[in-house]
Design a protein around this ligand. Structure first.
Ligand code: PAF
Length: 280
């Protein structure tokens, strides 16, 4: 496995591979890798000749400076995991390499970013869109792999690919959970042992809502069930629970076809903000 820190370096390495007709899979990450990321690497390895994992804690997508400061940096451990997973190339640039100057460009994802994460994290998807576009330009992958945990990000990147005409296929991979249901996330590392014990409450709240809907309850009853569940776990501060169309992320008034409704939740546990979703 080769590690590249410069755009020129990784471009040269990939150009020669591309000339021999090798397909390239990109797994964009911000590091602090966990088993969820490794399922993206595995999928890329199965579908492409070469797999590139990028590790870059992208400052432009953090709307909260404390969140950026607390974001874990574990490059050495990440490279070890990637090597074991059989990743071929790692691209881990510095902030100056990606942003020699602050970008002027502002991306507007319309109604996609007025809801959920977009509503609570102003500017977040602009930063995601800019860095993902840069990565697509640098790596020029045939396929790019994103996790369902960031469901709205998947929708935003799909839109970016469509609007800017990137020639690649986006593959969405399922959420990977710990045994107790907690969705894997790099931010889980920031939880204290007590918070970590409490953290599965978020997924339990989602399954409560799912149960209500399965038993023909209304969307309103499902929302109330989630709110009550979190009221009984006051260590959590609920930011939102929404029932949305799984593709457009717009709120829905009734259940969509099977597999097309997303139950989306965000809450603070201590200083850590966690998100999760279930597609029903
Ligand atoms: O999902 C993430 O880790 C990030 O948002 C991404 C896609 C790597 C862009 O910085």
């Amino acid at each position: 496995m080769q590690l590249y820190e410069t755009i020129t370096g990784i471009r040269q390495a990939l150009d020669s591979q591309r000339k021999t007709g090798h397909s390239i899979g990109l797994v964009p990450t911000m590091g602090a890798l966990h088993a969820g990321h490794l399922t993206l690497v595995d999928a890329s390895k199965a579908q492409n000749d070469l797999t590139v994992c990028s590790i870059f804690v992208n400052p432009t997508q953090f709307n909260n400076p404390d969140d950026l400061a607390r974001y874990p940096h574990t490059l050495e451990a990440d490279c070890k995991l990637l090597e074991e997973a059989g990743c071929d190339l790692v691209f881990a640039p510095s902030v100056d390499e990606i942003y020699p100057t602050n970008p002027f460009l502002k991306l507007n994802f319309g109604e996609l970013e007025t809801v959920l994460e977009g509503a609570f994290r102003p500017g977040h998807f602009n930063g995601v869109g800019i860095v993902v576009s840069k990565l697509f330009n640098i790596i020029q992958p045939n396929r790019a792999y994103f996790g369902q945990k960031d469901l709205q990000q998947v929708a935003v990147v799909k839109r970016l690919i469509r609007d800017l005409g990137f020639q690649l296929e986006l593959i969405r991979m399922p959420i990977v959970r710990e045994d107790d249901g907690l969705a894997m996330s790099s931010r889980n590392r920031n939880l204290s042992p007590a918070e970590r014990q409490e953290a599965p409450v978020l997924f339990q709240a989602l399954t409560q809502a799912q149960d209500v809907l399965r038993n023909d309850g209304t969307l309103e009853t499902a929302k109330t069930a989630v709110e009550h569940y979190l009221q009984n776990h006051p260590t959590f501060r609920l930011e939102y629970f929404e029932i949305a169309n799984a593709d457009t992320l717009q709120p829905v008034e009734q259940l969509q076809a099977p597999g097309a409704t997303a139950l989306c939740i965000a809450a603070h546990l201590g200083k850590t903000r966690l998100i999760d979703n279930l597609i029903v």
